[in-house]
Each structure stands twice: as C-alpha cells, then as structure tokens.
Write a protein that binds this ligand. Structure first.
Ligand SMILES: Nc1ncnc2c1ncn2[C@@H]1O[C@H](COP(=O)(O)OP(=O)(O)OP(=O)(O)O)[C@@H](O)[C@H]1O
Length: 609
C-alpha cells in the first residue's frame, strides 16, 4: 500500500484549495450526525414511559427524568419532539446532500482545470514522447476517480463521526457493552487493514495498469483505423483489446470481492453482538429482563443505525484505496516539474522584430539522449523576404529543422538567431504569431468551415471570406450545403487533401505572418491539387520570408537559395541551376526525383528534355 504520509500528502493537496467549502460541509455533517443520535436518544424515554419502566441506572435516565412538562404526559411530549426533530433532520439531510454534491463537483472541476492547465503548458516533446492513451487516461478516468475519491473521503469522515457519536451514546447507556465493542472493533480494524485493504490496493494498482493499457489500445485503434483496415489487421487489434478487457475483468472481480468482504464481516459481527447480548441479558437477569427492555431496545436501535454507517465507512475506505492509484496518477502528473518547458516561460520577453535574417549557428539536435544527433553543427542563413528551400533524402533532418523553427523543440546546442537576438529571447507567442506553418497534414476539427478558418482568432466574417478567396477556397466552400456554416471534421463533411490545405492557407492568411514555413505542404496531393495549392501559396507569400521543405524538387526550383541536407549536415547550397551544374548531391536527388514523386509536373518536363 502507498505510504501513509504519501496518501495524506495527496489528500491534503486535493483538499487544500477547498478548505472553506469542505469546512462548511463537515460542520453540516456534524450537525446531522448529532441530531440523528438525539433522535435515537428520544426513543429511550418513549419506551420506558410506554412500558412504565422506572429505570435509574444511566446518565440518560437521570437526564430525561429531571425534565418536567407540567400537566403534559412525557410520553406525548417526547413523541412530539421526535416528530419535530425528524422534520429538522430531513431538512439538514437535504442541505448535506447539496453540499456534498457541490463539494464533489467543485473538486472535480478544479482537478479537471489543473490537469488541463498543466497539459497545455507541457512542451510539444511531452506529447510526442507519451502514449495518447496515457494522456487521455489522466485527463478523463483518473480525474473522474479523483473527484469521486474526495467525495468518498468526506463521506468516510461523516460515517466515522456517525459511528463515534453512536458509540459514545452506547457508552453512556452501557459501559460494559461499549468496552466489549471497542475491543472487538480494534481486533477487527487490525484484521481489515492488514489483510483486506492492502490486497484491495494491490489489485487496484493492477486494475489501473490494465485500464490504461485498454485506453491506449482503444486510442491506437481509432487513430490508426485506416492502416488497420487496409492491412486487414482488425482481428489482431480486437485480440489485444479483448486481452486488456479480460485482464480488467479478472482484477475487477478480485477487487470487488475484497471490497464486499468488510460489509459481510460487519453484519456478522454486529448481529452476533445483538444475539449474544440478548442471550446474556436473559441469563444475567434470570429471565426478568423486562425492566431492561428500554435500554436493550435503544441499544439495538443505536447498533442498527451504526451498522449501515460502519458498512458505508468500510466500503468507502475500500473504494478510496481502490481509487488511490488514479489519485496518485493525477497527483504525480500535477507535481511533475515543467523543467522541459522552462524555456517557454523563463526567458526574457522581447518584442519580436525581424529585419534581416534568421541564422542557424552551430546548431546540434537530437530527440533524446540515447539517440545520435539528427542535426549536426548546422550553420546557415535565411534572408528576410527571400525564398529558401531545404531539400535532402528521407531522414536527412529536414522536418527536424522545421520543428526547431516552429519551436516544437530546442536545439541541443548552438543557436537560432534572428537579427542578432537568440530566438528564445523573444516572446514565443509573439514569434509564433508571425510564423505561418503549413505541414503535410492539416488539422480540421468538428465545427463549421468558418470556425476552422478562424481557429480562435478575433476577426470578422468578411475577413474570413476574403482570406478564403485568396486561398482559392471560396468556390468549393460555397458549393457545400451551407457554405461557410457547413460543419466539417469528425461528423461533418469530409474534405479532399487539397481542400484541407486551402483551408489551412486561409487560416495562415488571416494571421498575416511574416515568415511562411512549408513542410512538405503539397507532398500528399496529386498534380492538379498541388498546382492549385502552390498558386495560392505564391499569391499570398509575395512579401514573406518563405522556407520550403520539400521532396519534390519542382516546388523549390525557383527558390533564391536551396540548402541540400545529408544526415543532418548541409552539403551543398545555391540556386537550382548552380546546384545542377555541381553534379553533386542535388543533381543526384534531382535525377532520382521520380522515385520521390512520379506525379511532379516539373519532373515530367525534365524527362522529356
Ligand atoms: N519525434 C522523434 N523522436 C525520435 N526520433 C525522431 C523523431 N522525429 C524524427 N526522428 C528521427 O530524426 C531523423 C530525421 O527525421 P526528419 O523527419 O527530420 O527527416 P526528414 O528529412 O524530414 O525525412 P522525410 O523526408 O522522410 O520526412 C530520422 O532518423 C528520424 O527517425
């Protein structure tokens, strides 16, 4: 089981932000429990006056006998008081339920927000290096479980209070019975803690691991569905999923059995006490037990009220133990330090200015410490308002350069300098606003075409339509059922690759960037779609600094400078014709080009030549 200190630390961490609300909730529980005990206390004089028993052996006897009601019969008065207190308790119970739900909803809300806040501040690297299913698990199931656990902790405290009040009441009624109960209770708690709850925790850890594995497989199945269909490997994924579900079922059954055991043991214990107590009373009083029936009846009622509270207590404790792995997962996630993203937050915040050039200066980069360098001692310059291309074989490191320019990663050593200022010294959000990025895939989410172009930017509809026209997207948008209001994405209409890219270009136009980064932006399109997208790009990028990363050399032929990359190093640079004349790497790439893209219009021209 997790260490006691660790569990308390985690609970304190969850409760701390809600001290006030939890305090109010706890006080309302206290009032409710006290009133409930009082209600049972009123049964005692009722039985004694009803059966005309004149006991004087307990403190309670002395209390109720000292109260006088004038001409009114005490039996009637206690009946009326019982009725009034029951009405008050009903009111308090409703308030307690309201406060309980509010506490649960508030804690879950805060945990939800904290997890998302933490997630949104993670560097890109975090998302690239963690399984999607694991990230989903933290933000969904684990957060839900954490909210429920807090609810259970408060419920558990309420039931403990309830039991304590009733035990005190039983103590006042009969010292011997309460002492016997305490001894039995202590043995019982020791047994539960060491045998049952540690096992529940172990099984819950396993259950948690399988739940994550299931979530990962489910997620991978959805995101890889196209490949899975085409490779006819659905059965393989179904097999993996069934295995994960089976493992969950097995652990769940064990955990549930263990969780039910304390309740069954409670009932056994309490009803044995009642039965043995009745038999004991018979023998001690030699069969004359009637004068003690008031005490015995009230004790039974008190015990009967205590049983459900005790059962709930144990079931809640069992559930909390079961939920601990999920709470720990959320806690650890929230406690993880953001050292990787420090560069995003702890840097001087200069306004972004770009007058002359972007310079890579002795830049090295590797994706992780165990890997060799993807980028090696890279030094090159991108001049403002020019068109720069980066080409090279597959795996040469082209996309890595785009990733560094898009701030998805940081150079392991060396610098990216813009007009003598390290890129990191600029406000990153400021820089990213000036950078337009068009990749191979465009992210379209489930909303209207208009909102997909706007993508959260503060702009009006006319600007969106203007941008769509410039991006050559207006025509196809108007041909959809509801024009700009047509829902696209997950459950909306599907767009072709070229249409998606034109939506992305409209998005870029709205943001009026200074630098345009194209990473294989047309490589998944056919000839005609590519030509239309390239025309749109040419139209919008006249005054921009354009950096093109491409396989298809046709798309970079007109660049002012082409850098040729091999295994993370620049091996050639110059204009298209100059590079061809060198008859080196670029020449070879150019001659090999049909392998990369048999559909390139420019390459077919070359073949005719
Ligand atoms: N997220 C990543 N984690 C670890 N290694 C990576 C990651 N992304 C790329 N790499 C590795 O870095 C190297 C360069 O990859 P990169 O994508 O930059 O090449 P590229 O020139 O763009 O290739 P392509 O033209 O095939 O897209 C490759 O060896 C690749 O395996």
């Amino acid at each position: 089981m997790t260490s006691k200190n660790n569990s308390l630390q985690i609970l304190y961490f969850l409760f701390r932000p809600h001290r006030k609300l939890l305090g109010i909730y706890f006080v309302s529980l206290l009032v409710f429990s006290l009133l409930d005990v009082l209600r049972v206390f009123l049964i005692y004089p009722l039985i004694n006056y009803g059966l005309n028993i004149n006991q004087n052996s307990t403190l309670i006897d002395r209390i109720y006998q000292s109260v006088s009601f004038g001409n009114l019969h005490p039996f009637l008065v206690y009946a009326i008081v019982l009725s009034i207190i029951s009405i008050i308790i009903a009111g308090v119970e409703v308030s307690v339920s309201y406060l309980g739900s509010k506490t649960f909803a508030t804690v879950r809300d805060t945990t939800d927000r904290s997890v998302f806040n933490k997630l949104k501040n993670r560097p890109y690297e975090y998302f690239a290096s963690h399984k999607q299913g694991d990230i989903l698990y933290i933000g969904q199931q684990a957060v839900e479980q954490t909210g429920l656990a807090v609810f259970n902790v408060v419920g558990f405290l309420q039931n403990i209070l309830f039991c304590l009040f009733y035990l005190s009441f039983i103590f006042i009624l009969s010292f011997k019975i309460s002492t016997l109960m305490l001894i039995l209770g202590a043995i019982y708690v020791f047994f539960m803690k060491n045998i049952i709850f540690s096992r529940i925790y172990k099984h819950s850890l396993v259950l948690n691991r399988f739940a994550r594995a299931k979530s990962v497989i489910y997620n991978e199945f959805i995101s890889g569905i196209k490949t899975i269909f085409i490779t006819d490997s659905i059965d393989f994924w179904a097999g993996n999923y069934n295995k994960a579900v089976y493992n969950i079922r097995r652990s769940y059954v064990f955990a549930m059995i263990l969780q039910r055991l304390p309740g069954a043991a409670n009932n056994l214990l309490i009803f044995q006490i009642i039965a043995l107590g009745a038999a004991g009373l018979y023998y001690i009083t030699d069969g004359h037990f009637l004068p003690y029936i008031g005490i015995f009846g009230t004790l039974l009622l008190a015990l009967y009220r205590t049983i459900p509270a005790l059962n709930a207590c144990q079931s809640q404790f069992g559930t909390i133990v079961q939920q601990l792995p999920a709470i720990e997962a959320v806690y650890n996630f929230l406690q993880e330090n953001n050292s990787e993203s420090i560069y995003l937050n702890n840097v001087p915040k200069k306004e972004f200015r770009f007058q002359n050039s972007i310079i890579f200066k002795n830049a090295f980069f590797r994706y992780n410490d165990t890997q060799k360098y993807t980028i090696k001692n890279l030094s090159f310059t991108i001049k403002k308002s020019t068109k720069t291309a980066i080409v090279g074989n597959s795996g040469a490191g082209k996309t890595t350069i785009a990733n560094l320019l898009a701030l998805l990663y940081q150079p392991t050593s060396g610098e990216i300098i813009i007009d003598e200022t390290n890129l990191n010294e600029f406000k990153h959000s400021d820089y990213l606003k000036r950078l337009g990025y068009l990749g191979q895939e465009t992210f379209i989410y489930h909303d209207s075409i208009k909102e997909n172009i706007r993508f959260g930017l503060d702009c009006n509809d006319d600007e969106i339509i203007e941008a769509a026209k410039l991006a050559d997207a207006h025509e196809f948008i108007m041909s959809t059922s509801e024009g700009y209001e047509t829902i696209i994405g997950d459950q909306g209409i599907k767009l072709s690759g070229g249409q998606r890219q034109r939506i992305a270009i409209a998005r870029i136009i709205l943001r009026k960037p200074e630098i345009l980064l194209l990473d294989e932006a047309t490589s998944s399109l056919d000839n005609i779609a590519e030509q239309r997208v390239m025309e749109s790009i040419d139209r919008i990028s006249k005054d921009m600094t354009v950096i093109t990363i491409a396989h298809r050399l046709s798309t970079v032929k007109n660049a002012d400078v082409i850098y040729v990359l091999r295994e993370g190093e620049i091996v050639e640079s110059g204009k298209h014709d100059e590079l061809l004349e060198l008859k080196g790497e670029y020449y070879n790439l150019y001659n090999k080009a049909p392998i990369f893209s048999s559909s390139s219009p420019d390459l077919s021209t070359k073949v005719i030549c």
